[in-house]
Ligand binder design. Structure first.
Ligand SMILES: [Zn+2]
Length: 188
């Protein structure tokens, strides 16, 4: 085995461990590394102490359009875009952006689980989703691709009636403010 392949293998293992720690499902690991399924299952058990959950990923783009998930997805993807724009590689940007997201929502059970965040990135790469500017607050939000976006108003500026409670709206505002301060503080 050459030195290059050993280094490459080590980097893949490090990425896999990091993704497992952050909550990745097996399908994410199988897609993003060249490590065999058997080794990934073993690695998963070593890192988390349990077998990986079985089953396919059921997510559709519609989940990201619902009110609260859309705010979380937009926050995460804003970090991801900035890191990519600064030259970070795809998976490097992904892991860092997800860590920023976790830091800023500060929840043990985040709305946007890692596997969902990964699915979001893949939907963007398949041109199923894109970003629109809210005409009221100028924030960037995840929308279905190929939808007219010049009149777009985001879920914070115009929450649906059942989500329009003051507390929920205030929390969403805080999250957006956090995103902006985070962008300045952590990303220079
Ligand atoms: Zn807005």
């Amino acid at each position: 085995m050459t030195q290059k392949s050993l280094v490459d293998e080590l980097q893949q293992l490090q990425l896999a461990v990091e993704l497992i720690e952050l909550g990745a499902r097996l399908q994410v690991l199988e897609t993003e590394t060249e490590i065999s399924r058997a080794r990934l299952v073993k690695l998963y058990k070593e890192v988390r102490g349990v077998s990986p959950p079985k089953g396919m990923l059921p997510f559709s783009t519609d989940w990201f359009m619902t009110w609260q998930p859309n705010l979380h997805a937009s926050l995460f993807h804003g970090f991801y875009r900035r890191l990519k724009a600064q030259g970070a590689s795809r998976m490097n940007a992904f892991v860092k952006a997800y860590r920023f997201y976790l830091e800023h929502v500060g929840e043990d059970e985040p709305v946007l689980a890692l596997t969902r965040a990964w699915t979001l990135v893949r939907f963007f790469e398949s041109d199923l989703l894109e970003v629109a500017n809210c005409k009221t607050c100028s924030g960037h939000f995840v929308v279905h691709a190929h939808t007219p976006s010049h009149d777009y108003v985001c879920g914070i500026c115009q929450p649906p009636s059942r989500a329009g409670k003051t507390a929920a709206r205030r929390k969403a505002r805080e999250e957006l403010a956090l995103e902006q301060s985070a962008a300045v503080a952590s990303l220079g």
